[in-house]
Design a binder for this molecule. Sequence first.
Ligand SMILES: NC(=O)c1ccc[n+]([C@@H]2O[C@H](COP(=O)([O-])OP(=O)(O)OC[C@H]3O[C@@H](n4cnc5c(N)ncnc54)[C@H](OP(=O)(O)O)[C@@H]3O)[C@@H](O)[C@H]2O)c1
Length: 304
Amino acid sequence: MPVTSRLFITGTTGQLGSHVIDALLEMVPASAIVAGMRDPARDEEAANAFRKKGIEVRAADYSRPETLAGAFPGVDRLLLISSSENGRRKVQHRNVISAAKDAGVGLIAYTSILHADTSPLFLAEEHRDTEAALAEAGVPFVLLRNGWYTEVYTWRLPLALKHGVLMGAADNGRISSAARADYARAAATVLAGGDHAGRIYELAGDASFTLAELVAVVAAASGKPMTYQNMTPEAFRSALLDAGLPEMVVRILSDTDAGVEKGALFDDGGALARLIGRPTTPFQTTITGFVHSQQSVGEASGHA
Ligand SMILES: NC(=O)c1ccc[n+]([C@@H]2O[C@H](COP(=O)([O-])OP(=O)(O)OC[C@H]3O[C@@H](n4cnc5c(N)ncnc54)[C@H](OP(=O)(O)O)[C@@H]3O)[C@@H](O)[C@H]2O)c1
């Protein structure tokens, strides 16, 4: 890759995107990085923070091809971070791939889902479509098939800590998660150098856990007893709906737990650790850190 290579990252207002920028800043000059965001005028603060670091900011709204036409000229490598707008992603991602092809981008890295080709998760369907679109486009590409972020499991913990019970439907299914920052470093590594075209990376944590094992870590970190209550997917779904969660969130949580029970989020191939050149962040570190941060917030507000 020539030293003047320009690396474009989409979705940099998001959590993964911002970690990717941080990792890239350790690998390449800021002038090599272009941060894409849906609307830099709307997210002026984030855009200006990047500009202060010497990073160029460009608009790249997956749903507005007119912004994409101006986004990628002069870009050598593109990281397409999958959209958070489930149900709209097929069209959105195809818009990005088409614009990147028109601009002559040399490599597209895409954040797909673990074992996308065989995954039973409904979330995998849009990723399979994007992988097909990449193959059809004829632009060299690399698939970063990300397993779950450990941070995903912190969403369920405040309620579980309150009631002393974590509900789920994953039974003894094992989850090979890693920290979001681990996946970000892998993406930055692929973008910053080496020949990764045509590669498919199944990215997951070095170790795996069941939800019962997760609960044991939470209990130890919080000093409070907690149990894991396994339910059928239908009963779990009803409980989530009764708790007032939105339909899409309920679908994702119940479908994911049902998939975990079948091994959808398990992988022991070690590709993530090899790519980032170090072990992945243990799930205990992320979970314990979250529980302690919750306790600090509680203590600061007088609710120990
Ligand atoms: N592996 C996992 O455990 C896991 C968990 C959750 C999600 N994901 C997937 O991984 C992606 C990155 O994760 P994350 O934690 O960074 O999610 P996030 O914090 O929700 O960030 C999502 C990013 O996608 C951008 N985006 C959404 N629609 C867009 C559009 N129309 N045009 C341009 N940008 C758009 C968002 O921009 P705005 O700020 O403008 O909305 C944001 O920058 C998610 O979007 C999702 O596809 C993976």
